[in-house]
Every structure is written in C-alpha cells, then in structure tokens.
Ligand binder design. Structure first.
Ligand code: NAD
Length: 307
C-alpha cells in the first residue's frame, strides 16, 4: 500500500498580481469601445492635464498618462504652467478647461506648489469633468453608492481584485494610510454593500497603535503609506492578499544608475508568505492610469452626468 503524505506546512503558492498585463487587457477592450464611440459621435474623447512646475515625479506621472491616452487613441492636451504661477492664474486655467467643450475630462497633477491651496483648486474643477474623482461631489456620491467618477487608484485596485477573482465579501481588509486619494476612498469602496465590497474594513494610519496586531488580522492588506518597505514579513498573515500602492524612489547618489522604484511592502520577504501580491513597479501603478482612462471614456459618453 502506498501512502501519500500531504504536508500541511507547505507554504501557499504566491501569485503575482500583474497590473501591467491587466492594464494591457483593458487597453485592448477600451480601444474597441473607443472605436465605436468615435464612429457614432464623429469625435475623439479628450483628456487634459495641468502640470504645474518641474517636480520630476509629477512630470513622469503626467507624461505616462498622456502617452497612454495617445496609445489608446484618445486626444490629450497637456497644459504646462510655471511653478511660480499665482493661485488666481491657475484657477483661471482650470476655468478655461471647465468651459472648453472639446475637453471631456481633466486632471490637475498633485502635489501643487506650497503657495497654492490644493483644496481650492480641486473645488474649482467642474465635477462633471473631474476624472480623477477628487471633487467632493464625486467623493460624496462614491460614499453613497451613486454613479460617480471613482478615484483612479482605488478604481484600479478594484479592477485588479475583480480580474483575479479575489473575494472581498466577509473578508477583513486592512488599509494602512488614510489619504483622500487612496486610503480613505478604497476603505469606503470595499466596505460598501456591492459585489466588490461587503468587506469588514479597518483603516489604519500614523496614529494607529499596535499596527502589527491589526495588519496580522488582514485577509487583504492594502498599503498606501509612502515609506519604502514599511510592511514587513512579520506584519502579514499567512496566505493574505497584499496590495502595495506605494511608489517610492530610492536613490543612490554614488551610483544613480541603481536608483529604483520600490513599494511600501518589503516585497522580497513578504512574497513567500502571501497568496497574492502586487509588485512595484507593474502592480497598482498601471491600473491607476487605466482608472483615469475609463473615467474619461465615461465622461465622453456622459455616462455619469447625462447633461
Ligand atoms: P499620503 O502621502 O497622503 O499619506 C500617507 C498616509 O500614510 C497617511 O494617511 C498617514 O497616516 C499614513 N502613515 C504615515 N506613516 C505611517 C505609519 N508609521 N504607520 C501607519 N500609517 C502611516 O498618501 P498617498 O498619497 O495615498 O500615497 C501613499 C503612497 O502611495 C505614496 O508612495 C505614493 O507615491 C503612492 N501612490 C501610488 C499611486 C499608484 O498609482 N500606485 C497613486 C497614489 C499614490
């Protein structure tokens, strides 16, 4: 008689959540939708972006968005403004885009220079063109489950969870980081009574006590902190799903060629412990751009705000 020994201690097989590949799939589908839209409306959707100053990271993000627009076949319009632009002049540029009928949606790349009030600028954007989903009207509608532009990164995360059939209902999701653009909205979305929700969500932040005790309870752990490698192996439950939102540039002044982007999760040590994990780069980042593109197509179709 042969006995088969099943070792209960064999670690789960970790699966990489390939945001780059999923973004490519969505791009292909979007191209088809775009073709239909352009044929029936005799126009191409346009996404505009306002970039203030020379912040290298902001420039890279905006260029990436513009490049992706072009690749899919959208029109894009980049408005570059000097770092010393006055708040009043920036608000005037926002108003121009609000009134430009050729522009379906636009973003103002954050962060803005210190002398400009970001909240004032966000409030000045016509919520019907707010494809970043940062305006309080869109944010409030999201919180109440009404049609809205979802903030691009949380939208991207939900698309990844859906694509990999990762169940959220009844799961304990721990989000670390409470920003208005990632942590807070993803915690709201996943706790709502929807297909991609129904989770029990804990939102942790810089004042949270005994953070590891909480993260160790997470079936799904979402890190949006901005500190390289902050989430270590001892903070992650065996078999958890780990979504790393962080994008941190680690620079080596002695050898700039080794400069690299890393996430908020200590990927190399955590990956063996979890069931799924997003890499950085190539995880959430490409999906954020797709969230923006999907919102722009919705804006062109007037799907959220018909009039
Ligand atoms: P933020 O920088 O506005 O805030 C950071 C959050 O982390 C805060 O809410 C703070 O409470 C929390 N935090 C800080 N120190 C902590 C600690 N010791 N313990 C627990 N919580 C702590 O956040 P953000 O704008 O959401 O950015 C977070 C990271 O995500 C950054 O690396 C950013 O570059 C990246 N990001 C990536 C994408 C993407 O597309 N992948 C999009 C947006 C932001």
């Amino acid at each position: 008689m042969t006995y088969i020994c099943i070792d209960q201690n064999i670690p789960p097989v970790m699966k990489l959540i390939d945001g780059k590949a999923v973004a490519e799939e969505i791009k292909s589908l979007t191209k088809i939708e775009l073709y239909d839209f352009t044929k029936s409306n005799n126009r191409t959707p346009t996404l505009a972006a306002i970039l203030v100053g020379d912040n290298p990271a902001s420039k890279a993000y905006v260029n990436n968005k513009v490049r992706t627009c072009k690749e899919i076949g959208f029109n894009s319009l980049l408005v570059k403004l000097p770092a010393d632009i006055s708040e009043e002049d920036l608000l005037a540029e926002v108003e121009k885009l609000n009134n430009n009928d050729d522009v379906d949606g636009f973003i103002v790349q954050l962060p803005l220079p210190k002398h400009i009030d970001e909240i004032k600028v966000t409030l000045a954007i016509d919520h019907k063109k707010d494809v970043d989903g940062f305006h309080p009207i869109n944010f409030g509608r999201m919180a109440q489950g009404l049609p809205c532009y979802l903030p691009a990164t949380p939208y991207g995360i939900t698309m990844l969870l859906e694509r990999y059939n990762i169940e959220t209902a009844g799961k304990h999701v721990v989000v670390v980081g409470r920003s208005n653009i990632v942590g807070t909205p993803i915690s709201i979305l996943l706790s709502r009574k929807t297909k991609l929700g129904d989770a029990t969500v804990t939102l942790a932040h810089s004042r949270t006590k005994n953070l590891s005790d909480i993260t160790l309870q997470a079936d799904i752990l979402i890190a949006a902190i901005g500190i390289p490698g902050f989430i270590t192996e001892d903070m992650v439950k065996e078999d958890a799903v780990v979504i790393d939102v962080g994008i941190n540039r680690v620079e080596n002044p002695d050898n700039p060629e080794t400069n690299k982007l890393v996430g908020d999760v200590d990927f190399e040590n955590v990956k063996g412990k979890c069931s799924y994990i997003t890499p950085v780069p190539g995880g959430v980042g490409p999906m954020t751009v797709m969230g923006l593109i999907m919102n722009t197509l919705k804006a062109a179709k007037k799907e959220i705000y018909p009039s």
